[in-house]
Design a protein around this ligand. Structure first.
Ligand code: SF4
Ligand code: SF4
Length: 469
């Protein structure tokens, strides 16, 4: 890969029209519509997607994720990382060119700049012209619109963490908390500077993806490339002149360079600065159409194809990434569908291991905490599994409101003569009254004084099957 980027030079990408530009604008519209609308959508009166950090609950449509569900987040992160490996190996920088937020928002910022200051040559002329009222006015308008867009993007981002109605009300009444204000201004500053000033530099310098993508790509990866065999030797052609035959198809118009948002010349070969935006394809196709040549001098292909060979989609690394992706996806789906929105915690009474009652019973006391992680109230029946103990509890079933923890103290009683072990293992089970599939189990122990030898012999005589294990 050749290094051609000039860090000092300001880039003025020229407007381009074509098939890939249209696809990009359609995708941008879809992504922006989802991004801006999602925080306003409600399900059962609550925000459909809300990351409620103070209450440590994440609402994703009908599912509520609690800190106990961090496992899902870990699997999701692993899945996304593997998906990035997979798509990069297959399709190169498709993510950068079409879906990365930096690309999407920078495209918007450049479109605004173009609307106000004009296309490439007008912008260059304006920047080099002395400061006049017209220039000051255009610059003020541009930066005001950029700031307004940065505010909208930032407001929406924070609205994924604080309901937008509340956030709007706080802004309108000057009642922002320090945290709200910090995040709002941080994101306004980030969007404004990243998309208005640094633009492509963000892709080229701090973003690690562009750097390590070369390790993920190979000769069969989809890239955007210039067909050297067809294009060279390049040569200028006047309008209506056609090509003489002495030249290749490239008419050396430099349009592919002028539309490039990173300012590189794709004809110099594959470069890490290429973010795969496909603007140069549209630009070159428009030129080829004008000079009566076949489109596709710059096109999607693989290094193998540009070198005259063919592409193999199924390569070992692609198959391996795909296999891991499928396994992770299946595991995640299985865990999410089998997920029980119920957690139970059992704490033994620490003050007394056991109590003896006057009527010959051994008592153990526990505190049960039931966490209803669902978005509706539930009635749960508390049961004991593993020992023949009598459960003594205030209310059974217990009523646990959505998103709440219900705490209750329970006692287990076993006839002293029936206790043959110092420690008996058993489990508390709580089960939804209406849906037995929603249940949780927590292992615990029942402690008892060990029987004396005499008592054990008597107990054995009474219970012919011998002492329980
Ligand atoms: S070389 Fe082409 S695809 Fe790559 S960034 Fe420039 S215009 Fe986009
Ligand atoms: S746009 Fe096409 S014809 Fe013009 S310089 Fe680039 S590759 Fe050559």
């Amino acid at each position: 890969m050749s290094e051609t980027f000039d860090w000092q030079e300001k880039i003025y990408p020229k407007k381009v029209k074509g098939k890939f530009r249209t696809i990009k604008w359609v995708l941008t519209s879809v992504f922006l519509a989802i991004y801006f609308m999602l925080p306003w959508i409600k399900i059962d009166g609550r925000q459909a997607v809300l990351f409620d950090v103070p209450d440590r609950k994440f609402y994703i449509f009908n599912i509520v994720f609690w800190p106990q569900d961090l496992f899902y987040l870990a699997i999701l992160m692993l899945f996304l990382a593997m998906a990035l490996f997979f798509f990069t190996a297959v399709a190169g920088r498709l993510w950068c060119g079409y879906a990365c937020p930096q690309t999407v928002f920078t495209d918007l910022f450049i479109a605004i700049e173009r609307c106000i200051e004009g296309d490439r040559h007008e912008r260059m002329a304006l920047d080099h012209a002395p400061w006049t009222m017209k220039k000051i006015f255009e610059k003020i308008i541009k930066h005001s619109v950029w700031l307004a867009l940065s505010f909208a993007v930032s407001f929406t981002f924070v609205a994924y963490f604080v309901p937008p109605q509340e956030l709007g009300w706080r802004i309108a009444n000057g009642n922002l908390t320090a945290a709200h204000a910090f995040w709002l201004f941080l994101f306004i500053a980030t969007i404004y500077s990243f998309c208005g000033f640094f633009k492509e530099l963000i892709c080229l310098v701090p973003c690690p993806y562009g750097r390590f993508q070369s390790a993920l790509c190979d000769q069969d990866t989809l890239i955007i490339g210039y067909d050297v065999k067809r294009g060279e030797p390049r040569g200028h052609v006047k309008k209506g002149e056609g090509t003489t035959g002495a030249h290749g198809d490239c008419v050396d118009c430099s349009l592919c360079v002028h539309v490039c948002p990173t300012g590189i010349d794709i004809r110099n070969g594959l470069q890490y600065e290429c973010i795969g935006c496909a603007d140069c394809i549209d630009a070159c196709n428009s030129v080829m159409k004008r000079v009566g040549k076949q489109e596709g001098l710059i096109r999607y292909g693989s290094l193998n194809i540009f070198n005259g060979g063919s592409t193999h989609v199924l390569r070992p690394r692609v198959v391996l990434y795909a296999f891991i992706l499928v396994v992770l996806m299946a595991g995640l789906l299985y865990k999410v569908t089998m997920r029980t929105p119920l957690e139970i915690d059992v704490i033994r009474n620490r003050h007394a291991l056991y109590q003896k009652t006057a009527d010959g019973k051994i008592l153990n006391i526990y505190t049960i905490k039931a966490l209803n992680m669902d978005n509706k109230d539930h009635s749960f029946m508390v049961k004991v599994d593993g020992i023949p103990a009598k459960l003594m509890i205030g209310n059974n079933p217990i009523q646990v409101k959505k998103g709440e923890v219900y705490q209750t103290t329970v006692s287990l009683a076993i006839d002293e003569k029936a206790t043959t072990k110092k420690v008996s293992h058993f489990a508390f089970i709580i089960e939804d009254v209406d849906n037995p599939k929603i249940k949780a189990r927590r292992e615990s122990t029942f402690l008892a004084p060990v029987m004396g030898f005499k008592e054990e012999v008597i107990w054995k005589q009474k219970n012919r099957s011998g002492p329980r294990q």
